[in-house]
Design a protein around this ligand. Structure first.
Ligand SMILES: Cc1cc2nc3c(=O)[nH]c(=O)nc-3n(C[C@H](O)[C@H](O)[C@H](O)COP(=O)(O)OP(=O)(O)OC[C@H]3O[C@@H](n4cnc5c(N)ncnc54)[C@H](O)[C@@H]3O)c2cc1C
Length: 618
C-alpha cells in the first residue's frame, strides 16, 4: 500500500480548494499536496448561470458599505453566526481583488470602480459578474497561478475515507484511478474543499460530474450546520442550467405535456389571469430561488405549479418560439414593460426578445445541442445549492475535529437565505482564513503517524469490502436520489420524511454490510458516502420539522391537511447542528452568536496581530 505524509493535504480543486492551495503556498507552506477527482471536475468549473454572480463588499459609487453592514445582510434572515458572517464580509474585498489581480475579468469603469448590481436578498449593489461563467473564470485564473508554483496537484484521486486519530484529522485514504488501488496520505492538516452534495438529488442543477463528498466527513462525526437549508429553483434538465434572468424576463410560454409529449397545455393560465401570470414569470427572472415568502402571492408560486405538474406525471417545458396566449406587451406590468422597453425588446416573440437582450443565452443551449429557437426546453424544480454543511470556526477549522478545514460549499457558513453570489465569496474567504491559520499555527508536526497509518489500514479493509460486494450501486444511487427529491426537496411533509429516513438508514446498513458488485470503485465509493449523507440530511430535516420551525427559506413544510405550516421566527435566532455517531444522528439548536462590534482600536489590534494572539480566538 502506497503511503505518504504531508503537512497539508488539500482535497478538491473548485474555486475554494484552488484558492486555498495558492494561499497556502503564498503563506509559505511548502509541504503541500493537492488531490482531486480532476481539475475539470466539480461545480465551479462546470457551472454558471444567465449572469453568474459574485457577491462582495460594495466598491463603487456613493452607497456606504462596511463589513458589519454586509455581515448584517448575511445574517438578516437568521440561523447565521455573526462572527462568521463578519469574517466573510471582512475578507470580501481581499478575496475579490486577489481574483482581479490574477486576471479574472470582473468589469470596472473608466475610473477603476468595480460597478455592482442588486441580486436576490441584496439591499445594496454588491453583486458583480464576468458573465455566465464567473466561477469557471475564477478556476482558470487560479489554475494558471498555481501552475506557476511548485504546488503538486494529483488528478484522478478520489478521497474515499477521512482519517481521524486521537480526535483530530490525520489525512485521507484515496482511490487512485490511475493505479486502480487505494493509497494513504497522512497529513497534519486536511483542507476539505469538495463542494456541495451535488449527487444527492435526482432533480438537480449541479453538473452531473459533481457528486461532492460531505458524507465522508459526516461518517467521521464532523459537526454539521443548518442541514435543512438548501436552495431549489427552476432549471433545465437535459442540459443542467438555471433558467433565471432573461430566460424569464422575455416571458416564455410554460407548457406541460403528457410523458410522450402529447396533450400540450399552457397550464399556468389555469391559475392566473394573463397580466398576473406575466408579472410573476417576469419577477422570477431576478427572484430565482424558490422562496416560501414569495408564495402564494409572489413569483415562487410558479415553482410550486411546475412541481405540481411534474408530480402528476407530466413534463414541463419553456417555449420561446411563440408568445403566451393572451400576452399583450402593451398591457403587462409597468416594471416588466419598462425593463423590456429599455432593453429594446418590447415586441416579437420570446426568442426574438432574448436575441436582443442576451444572445449568449441562446448560444449557451446551442453549444449543448439544444436549439431553443426550434425546440422546447424541459425544466423542473432542482436542487442548486447547499447554504449549509460542515461547521467551522472563524478560521474555518472544524468545530469538533482539529486540523480539519472544510471550506467552500461544503462549509455551512450561510443560514436560511443568502444573497445570490455569496457562495463564491465564502469559498475565497474560507480559503484565505484556513491558509493563514495553517501557515501560522499548524506547520509543526504533532500527528502520531504510526497511529494514522494503522487507522488507514483499517479503513482500507472496510473500503475493499465496500467495492467487492453484491449490490448494484447504480440502482442504490437512483433510489436514494429519487427519495431525496421526493421527500427532502422544496416541499416537505413529516410522515414522508420520517419514512424516507427509515428507508435511507436501512439502505445504508445494507450497503455497509453487503458492499457493491459490478461497478466501478468510484461509483461504489461515491454511492456509499452519498447514502450516509442522505441519512444525516433527512434526520436533520425531520428534527427541524418536529421542532416546529415551519416553512422558511427554500423549503415549505405542510401539515397533514396539506396546509403550509408558517415559520416560527424564534428559530431564526438559532443554528441547527447535527452530528453522526455510529448509526445515529443527533441534533441541537445552538443560539446564533451576534455580529461582533469590536471597537478595533488600532494599537491593540496591531499588538495582537504582531504577537499572534489573533490566532488564539476561534
Ligand atoms: C447552476 C448553478 C449556478 C450557480 N450560480 C451561482 C452564482 O451565481 N453565484 C454563487 O456565488 N454561487 C453560485 N452557485 C454555487 C457555486 O457555484 C458553488 O457553491 C461553488 O462553485 C462551489 O465551489 P467549491 O470550490 O466549494 O466546490 P466545487 O467547485 O464543486 O469543487 C469541488 C472539488 O472537489 C472535488 N471533489 C469532490 N469530491 C471529491 C473526492 N471525494 N475526492 C477528491 N476530490 C473531490 C471536485 O472534483 C472538485 O474539484 C451556483 C451553483 C450552480 C449549480
Amino acid at each position: 500500500m502506497k503511503t505518504r505524509h504531508v503537512n497539508t493535504l488539500v482535497i478538491g480543486t473548485g474555486a475554494a480548494g484552488l484558492c486555498a492551495a495558492l494561499r497556502l503556498h503564498r503563506e509559505g507552506v511548502r509541504d503541500l499536496l493537492v488531490v482531486t477527482e480532476g481539475l475539470s471536475m466539480g461545480t465551479s468549473i462546470n457551472t454558471g448561470s444567465d449572469k453568474q454572480t459574485y457577491y462582495k463588499l460594495n466598491l463603487c459609487g456613493a452607497e456606504p458599505d462596511s463589513p458589519v453592514a454586509l455581515a448584517g445582510t448575511y445574517a438578516v434572515n437568521g440561523a447565521v453566526h455573526g462572527d462568521i458572517a463578519l469574517v466573510e464580509s471582512a475578507l470580501s474585498a481581499r478575496g475579490f481583488l486577489h481574483l482581479c489581480d490574477l486576471g479574472v475579468p470582473f468589469p470596472h469603469d473608466a475610473l477603476g470602480q468595480y460597478t455592482g448590481y442588486k441580486t436576490d436578498h441584496d439591499p445594496a449593489r454588491r453583486a458583480t459578474s464576468c458573465g455566465p461563467y464567473t466561477s469557471k473564470e475564477m478556476c482558470l485564473a487560479l489554475i494558471r497561478a498555481l501552475k506557476e508554483t511548485s504546488v503538486k496537484i494529483e488528478e484522478k484521486r478520489l478521497a474515499a475515507s477521512l482519517l481521524e486519530v486521537d480526535g483530530r484529522a490525520a489525512g485521507a485514504v484515496l482511490w487512485n484511478s490511475d493505479e486502480k488501488a487505494f493509497e494513504t496520505v497522512t497529513a497534519e492538516n486536511t483542507v476539505f474543499a469538495v463542494g456541495g452534495p451535488g449527487g444527492l438529488y435526482a432533480a438537480s442543477v449541479y453538473p452531473p460530474c459533481h457528486t461532492g463528498a460531505i458524507g465522508l466527513a459526516m461518517r467521521t462525526g464532523a459537526k454539521c450546520r443548518n442541514l435543512p437549508e438548501s436552495q431549489f429553483g427552476l432549471a433545465s434538465t437535459k442540459f443542467r442550467w438555471n433558467v433565471s434572468g432573461t430566460y424569464m424576463q422575455v416571458l416564455p410560454r410554460f407548457i406541460s405535456t403528457a410523458v410522450d409529449g402529447s396533450d400540450e397545455k399552457e397550464f399556468l393560465r389555469e391559475h392566473f389571469d394573463d397580466a398576473e401570470l406575466n408579472l410573476r414569470v417576469f419577477l422570477k427572472g431576478y427572484q430565482w430561488p424558490y422562496d416560501v415568502r414569495k408564495t402564494p402571492d409572489g413569483s415562487s408560486v410558479i415553482d410550486e405549479l411546475v412541481f405540481a405538474e411534474n408530480s402528476r406525471g407530466r413534463r414541463v417545458f419553456l417555449d420561446f418560439r411563440s408568445n403566451p396566449t393572451g400576452l399583450d406587451l402593451g398591457r403587462i406590468s409597468e416594471e416588466a414593460r419598462t425593463y423590456l422597453e429599455r432593453s429594446g425588446a418590447c415586441g416579437g416573440t420570446p426568442i426574438e426578445r432574448l436575441r436582443k437582450m442576451n444572445p449568449g443565452a441562446i448560444e449557451l443551449y446551442a453549444a449543448h445541442g439544444i436549439d431553443i429557437a426550434k425546440e422546447m426546453l424541459e425544466i423542473a424544480v432542482c436542487a442548486q445549492h447547499n447554504n449549509v454543511g460542515l461547521a467551522g470556526n472563524i478560521w474555518y477549522e472544524s468545530e469538533n475535529i482539529p486540523h480539519f478545514f472544510p471550506i467552500g460549499e461544503v462549509n455551512g457558513s450561510h443560514g436560511v437565505t443568502r444573497p445570490g453570489g455569496s457562495a463564491l465569496n465564502a469559498g475565497q474567504a474560507g480559503a484565505f482564513r484556513a491558509a493563514e491559520y495553517i501557515a501560522r499555527r499548524y506547520q509543526e508536526e504533532t500527528l502520531d503517524r504510526a497511529k494514522a497509518e494503522q487507522a488507514a489500514e483499517r479503513e482500507i479493509v472496510r473500503l475493499e469490502k465496500l467495492v467487492s460486494g453484491t449490490r448494484d450501486a447504480r440502482e442504490d444511487l437512483r433510489i436514494l436520489r429519487e427519495r431525496m427529491s421526493r421527500c427532502a426537496g422544496f416541499q416537505r411533509r413529516k410522515p414522508e420524511v420520517a419514512q424516507a429516513l427509515a428507508d435511507a438508514e436501512e439502505q445504508l446498513r445494507k450497503i455497509e454490510e453487503q458492499g457493491f458488485a459490478n461497478s466501478s470503485p468510484v461509483l461504489a465509493l461515491t454511492t456509499a458516502q452519498l447514502a450516509c449523507s442522505s441519512c444525516v440530511y433527512l434526520s436533520a430535516i425531520l428534527f427541524q420539522i418536529e421542532s416546529g420551525v415551519g416553512s422558511r427559506g427554500s423549503a415549505a413544510v405542510f401539515d397533514e391537511k396539506g396546509e403550509k405550516i408558517p415559520e416560527d421566527e424564534k428559530f431564526r435566532r438559532f443554528v441547527l447542528t447535527s452530528c453522526r455517531e455510529g448509526n445515529r444522528t443527533t441534533h441541537a439548536f445552538e443560539p446564533c452568536r451576534e455580529i461582533p462590534r469590536n471597537d478595533g482600536w488600532f494599537e491593540t489590534v496591531w499588538a495582537d496581530f504582531r504577537e499572534g494572539r489573533i490566532f488564539t480566538e476561534k
